[in-house]
Write a protein that binds this ligand. Structure first.
Ligand code: NI
Ligand code: MN
Length: 226
């Protein structure tokens, strides 16, 4: 599995040669100016919720790549009205089998409206199962006891968790979340992009370390093998 960081909560994950792209927000992100959004690969675009900092480049990338857009039924139908036809609407608790593995939608405690104010349905996280490993992409969420179900349901090898606080859980709650999901290998997201979510990287890494966990804060544009 190859993981590429495009800034904020946007990651590309390559599994069995297929490219999954999570929460594309690249071109408006000052920190991601080095990324050419027109070359980001995608076979599947997974969207956790409707906020602008998670969907900004979804329409463009979906139209360029014809990737399958996977999200809540509400978000999918919003994009269908923009002419995107390759979609899969889901809801929390649902699981689908695709050519690279399975996608299961799980609870996120957050909100979800589209940029025009229409409803995005419920926000979600994703559990991905594949022959190359399993992981959890939390989306924007508070710490919630529902995460214990993920730990009981499937062993995840690593997890993408928000750590920036203010709009989502912060570092201390993300450490508890990693206990709930029974996973000690965490990739941080949703930090530094805006003033309210700036974090001290070294302090965050040290806090995870003192709890016996590994926090990775990827450089934007870098790729990690798992
Ligand atoms: Ni949000
Ligand atoms: Mn957000």
């Amino acid at each position: 599995m190859n993981i590429t960081y495009y800034g904020h909560s946007c990651f590309g994950v390559e599994i069995n040669g297929k490219h999954l792209l999570f929460d594309p927000f690249i071109s408006p992100n000052e920190l991601a100016k080095g990324i050419n959004v027109n070359t980001v690969p995608a076979d599947y675009i997974l969207i956790s919720h409707g906020h602008g900092d998670h969907i900004a480049d979804a329409e463009n990338i979906a139209k360029r790549t014809n990737a399958k857009l996977i999200s809540s039924a509400e978000i999918v139908s919003w994009f269908e009205k923009k002419g995107i036809e390759n979609t899969r609407g889901m809801n929390i608790g649902g699981k689908i089998k695709l050519d690279f593995g399975n996608v299961k939608c799980v609870v996120a405690q957050h909100s979800s409206s589209m940029p025009d104010g229409s409803s995005g349905g419920n926000p979600m996280g994703f559990v991905i199962e594949s022959g190359e490993g399993n992981f959890y992409y939390a989306g924007d969420t508070a710490l919630t006891y529902d995460m214990k179900l993920i730990g009981d349901y499937r062993s995840v090898d690593f997890a993408f968790l928000p750590i920036g606080d203010n709009y989502t859980m912060g570092i201390d709650n993300a450490i508890i979340a990693s206990d709930f999901i029974k996973c000690n290998d965490i990739i941080g997201m949703h930090y530094d992009t805006f003033g309210y979510i700036m974090i001290d990287h070294q302090e965050a890494i040290s806090k995870f370390d003192r709890s016996g966990k590994k926090l990775t804060l990827m450089e934007i544009g870098s790729t990690l093998k798992k």
